[in-house]
Design a protein around this ligand. Structure first.
Ligand code: ZN
Ligand code: MN
Length: 488
């Protein structure tokens, strides 16, 4: 039976570092890329007798994440010890939350623009939302680097506040998992709770996968892929693992509940351990930490909930008349949103035109020149001034595009001054009037068609006037003038 005939069920557990200045249970700084083992103390080294002190900022940011995703926060949460023996956690247990986590329920919207480019046209469930089971707060462990005969351990990461965001088994394909990770990332960044950069290990992901033949069958044997650290690798790994599981079943074999790792170089998953040697973590409440009553934190955080990308997108559509596509392009990147909003503030042209110029011209130029958005030479206020020139009839659209090209090369120039310098001054009103007369005279048949009700032909006449003016006339004004003369 081909892979396509199996039903795929996927659940994700995402570990995500929270953006706090200090660690979860001590005052050491959180850091990335500093010298190894410089941000340590008896607490995060797990020395005997050291006592943990809660980081309130981490609790607040986790509750904020829950609010962003529509979770509920229980009135009381507790801390548990998850016991295991490994050098990345010398005290012998990780402090985490088992039965009473900070956030329960909620959901993550899968933004359509976050699906891989090659499936954009065939998204199976546009607008899908993935239910969350819970978000709990715990401490990150030290970072191990395995060499041929030894292992290096860096404790800078040990004790960094870590959220574990757990979905229900709602995902049905590798592409949905891909969009989930990208969408979650965008929401966390927009909320300011995490930088969620997978390349820096700030976000890591475990993937639970099973397959079955029919909707009414019980879920298949669950197999876990551990510690994935790239969105595209997650996609590749799921495709591989689904095909592997289907093949085993097709050949009459049985799957064993197990944990596997993805080898990106070989393009295959490999078994790490099966259920028989699964850990017994012997969870129990941590006697060093009191339960937390969440009420005050919830009240404090409520006012910090920002507008999320999809909410912004909906507002841009209703407020400015953007298309759903344009809104999704702009809200896909927090930098782009900031640019757009600033440009809108600085022009009379309105959001719709800003969006058109941003997407069709500026992003086009960036693409053409292979420049990242962060290094865009033209600032949003300049774009605003440029659009004002068009609004005021000082330059035509095509002249404005030329201006944009000049500005790109020399971004410090004053937009209005540059327009003058380039000879982009509005054509003489009398001259345009004459051209309009001329075009009306030369096209009696079109004129009578327009007057008989075919108003679309006005655009044709506008085109003729534009041509006659050598592109100098402002098409908006010409059209208005033509309508006034022929239709009123
Ligand atoms: Zn410390
Ligand atoms: Mn965890």
């Amino acid at each position: 039976m081909p892979v396509a005939d199996y039903l795929v069920t996927i659940g994700l557990e995402v570990h995500c570092q929270i953006k706090t200045r200090t660690k979860m249970f001590c005052g050491c700084e959180t850091s990335f890329a500093d010298d190894v083992n410089v941000h340590t103390c008896p607490v995060c080294l797990g020395l005997p007798g050291a006592l943990p002190v809660l980081n309130e900022a981490a609790i607040e940011l986790t509750i904020l994440t829950g609010m962003l995703l529509g979770c509920r926060t229980p009135e009381k949460v507790v801390w548990d010890r998850k016991n295991y023996f490994y050098p990345d956690m010398p005290k012998g247990y990780q402090i985490t939350q088992l039965d009473l986590p900070l956030c329960v329920g909620g959901e993550v919207p899968l933004y359509d623009h976050n699906y891989p480019k090659d499936v954009q046209k065939k998204i199976q469930r546009p607008g899908k939302r993935v239910r969350l089971n819970r978000i709990h707060l715990e401490e990150d462990v030290a970072k191990s680097t395995h060499l041929a005969n030894s292992t290096l351990i860096d404790f800078n990461r040990a004790g960094t506040p870590l959220m574990e965001i757990v979905t229900e088994a709602d995902l049905e394909s590798a592409e949905e998992a891909f969009s989930y990770l990208k969408s979650l990332q965008q929401i966390l960044v927009a909320g300011g709770v995490s930088d969620a950069d997978m390349e820096k290990g700030q976000m890591r992901c475990d993937v639970n996968i099973s397959v079955r033949k029919h909707e009414e069958d019980p879920l298949g044997t669950k197999i876990e892929l551990k510690n994935m650290n790239s969105t595209s690798a997650v996609r590749r790994a799921i495709h591989y693992e689904v095909a592997r599981q289907c093949e085993v079943l097709d050949e009459g074999g049985q799957l064993v509940q197990s944990t596997r790792r993805w080898d990106d170089a070989l393009g295959e998953t490999q078994e790490m351990r099966t259920k028989e040697d699964a850990h017994d973590y012997r969870y129990f409440p941590d006697p060093d930490l009191l339960p937390v009553l969440t009420g005050d934190y919830v009240d404090k955080v409520r006012s910090l909930v920002p507008e999320l990308p999809h909410e912004k997108g909906e507002r841009f559509q209703s407020e400015f008349g953007l298309t759903a596509y344009d809104a999704s392009v702009i809200t896909s990147d927090i930098e782009l949103v900031g640019y757009f909003e600033k440009a809108v503030e600085s022009t009379r042209a309105g959001g719709k035109k800003v969006a058109n110029w941003l997407i069709n011209n500026l992003l086009g130029l960036l693409n053409e020149k292979g420049v990242e958005f962060e290094s865009m030479p033209i600032d949003p206020v300049q774009l605003g001034s440029l659009l004002n020139l068009i609004e005021d009839g000082m330059v035509s659209n095509s002249q404005a595009r030329e201006l944009l090209g000049e500005l790109w090369n020399d971004p410090d120039q004053d937009v209005q001054g540059l327009a003058k310098e380039m000879g982009f001054e509005p054509a003489d009103v009398g001259e345009i009037d004459q051209l309009i007369d001329q075009v009306i005279e030369q096209n009696p048949d079109k004129v009578s068609e327009i007057q008989a009700g075919n108003e679309k032909l006005v655009n044709f006449l506008t085109g003729q006037v534009m041509k006659a003016s050598g592109g100098k006339a402002n098409p908006k004004i010409v059209t208005e003038e033509l309508r006034k003369r022929l239709l009123s």
